[in-house]
Design a protein around this ligand. Structure first.
Ligand code: SF4
Length: 470
């Protein structure tokens, strides 16, 4: 009955399902550590969303860990604002603590600025070209860089300086993709030395796999350029030792306290369990009660079909492997794309894939639903109780910053068009835009899924329309 929830935060993407992969892996490893009663994920550009994640936390003691490689706009402004924390600006060592709707929230610094990242950088450099003579080698730390926030490069500068001071390499410098000193100028900084390039990035992706190799003319792990060897390492953020850094940041933030179960949350899940025990359809998902307190989950269209294509879930006895571990990740990944493999950043967008089946215990039903349709249970229950707070569009628009600041100037027609583009393909009903709902799936209306606030997909569509308008 006591515990705490850890929320691992990533950026996510409206377009690319792989963008969240590194954060998912961190969350998976932290679950496996067994140090937390609950580990959730939350993203800026996909679900589970930052705006909703705290209400999905089971415990009243929550630690939020931004799995970001640098400090800056997201860790200092967007994440605390979206969570409902009053803090804005740099997060001090030890993190900050605030109260949000009856929950105590400890918010930590991002992992990229932790001094231990220098050791991880070194490990990445060493593993990629073992046996190279360090004294004839230059180490180049590659960062993204951003002109908007000088602090975002502080961690990279510090790591490069620390390594230069150790004298382990003949040289150690930091170069950037988007600002001076540019990564493309690496020959000027490295003389005739062999070079190891280590991307100070959170994950493998467009930059590490395409931009950097293309701009620098790299071919695989070791390239022969200008009559010397240039070695290209994996990004620091995916190194297994990052898990230790994440745990340390959680400890720093004072997150060892165990909290009570959130009563409102418990009531919502009791209501779900009761409804599921009689058989329940949630949007496109069918939950069928089985003997011994178990439940079968599948796409409602697949109900009654025995000859389905199988995915790993079908072959894993989920009652013996808790969903909190590998199967949970499978469930999220399997239902995170539609039948043609397209990313579903908002999980209630129509198109839950077919061809899979999961069998879960009553306890794991919560984890499974959190992976398939995050937040809908808490929101539906609040709606049924008459307690679902609705955020009207002007409030959502006024909160936006950066590239989305302009959405506050959208005309009603532009908002309407954006809604037609995004909400028409979504199972939720946009109550924030004045739509009404007579009840939810908890009271038998399978497509009764309330939407209390415009999601980031809608916001970005409005921004896109504004950009296109004359
Ligand atoms: Fe769905 Fe529209 Fe709500 Fe986004 S704003 S979750 S698309 S109903």
């Amino acid at each position: 009955t006591h515990g705490r929830t850890l929320v691992v935060v990533g950026h996510g993407s409206h377009l690319n399902a792989d963008s969240a992969r590194a954060v998912r892996a961190h969350a998976h490893h932290l679950r496996e550590s067994g140090q937390f009663q609950e580990v959730l994920e939350a993203y800026w550009k996909e679900e589970p969303s930052l705006r909703q994640v705290l209400q999905t936390a089971r415990y009243r003691e929550v630690t939020v860990l931004p799995a970001f490689i640098s400090e800056g706009y997201f860790t200092e402004q967007v994440i605390p604002r979206e969570l409902g924390l009053s803090h804005q600006g740099r997060v001090p060592q030890g993190g900050i603590t605030g109260e949000v709707n009856g929950k105590t929230v400890h918010y930590t610094r991002p992992y990229g600025i932790h001094p231990a990242m220098t050791d991880i950088l070194l490990a990445r450099a060493r593993e990629v070209c073992p046996g190279w003579e360090a004294q004839k080698t230059a180490l180049v730390v590659l960062g993204h860089g951003t002109r908007r926030n000088a602090r975002s490069r502080e961690a990279i500068e510090n790591a490069a300086k620390t390594l230069a001071a150790t004298g382990l390499f003949a040289k150690a410098v930091a170069l950037y993709l988007d600002e001076s000193p540019y990564a493309t100028a690496w020959p000027e900084f490295t003389g005739e030395l062999d070079v190891i390039l280590v991307p100070f990035f959170a994950s493998e992706g467009w930059h590490t796999q395409e931009t950097i190799p293309e701009e620098l003319g790299l071919h695989g792990a070791v390239s022969q350029l200008d009559e010397r060897r240039v070695c290209y390492a994996h990004p620091v953020g995916t190194h297994p030792d990052v898990k230790g850094v994440l745990l340390e940041l959680v400890h720093e933030a004072g997150g060892t306290v165990s909290g009570d179960v959130d009563e409102v949350h418990a009531l919502a899940w009791n209501a779900l369990l009761n409804a599921a025990s009689a058989g329940l359809t949630v949007g496109e998902l069918q939950i069928e009660p089985l003997p011994h307190g178990k439940f079968a989950l599948r796409n409602v269209v697949d109900a009654g079909e025995d000859d389905l294509d199988t995915v790993p879930l079908d072959t894993v006895p989920l009652d013996t492997v808790p969903l909190d571990t590998v199967p949970l990740d499978e469930l999220n990944a399997v239902t995170g794309r539609d039948d043609v493999g397209k990313h579903r950043p908002i999980r209630t967008q129509k198109g839950l894939p077919r061809g899979w089946r999961a069998e879960v215990s009553g306890v794991d039903l919560r984890h499974a639903l959190h992976a398939i349709y995050p937040t809908v249970t808490e929101e539906a229950h609040a709606f049924e109780q008459g307690n679902l707070p609705i955020t009207p569009w002007p409030d959502t628009a006024a909160r936006q910053s950066g590239m989305y600041r302009r959405v506050r100037h959208a005309t009603p027609e532009q908002l309407q068009s954006a809604q037609e583009m995004t909400c028409s393909g979504c199972l939720r009903s946009p109550l924030w835009a004045g739509e009404t709902l007579s009840g939810t799936f908890l009271s038998g209306r399978s497509c009764g899924l309330p939407c209390a606030e415009a999601c980031t997909l809608l916001v970005s569509e409005v921004a896109h329309l504004l950009e296109e308008s004359p």
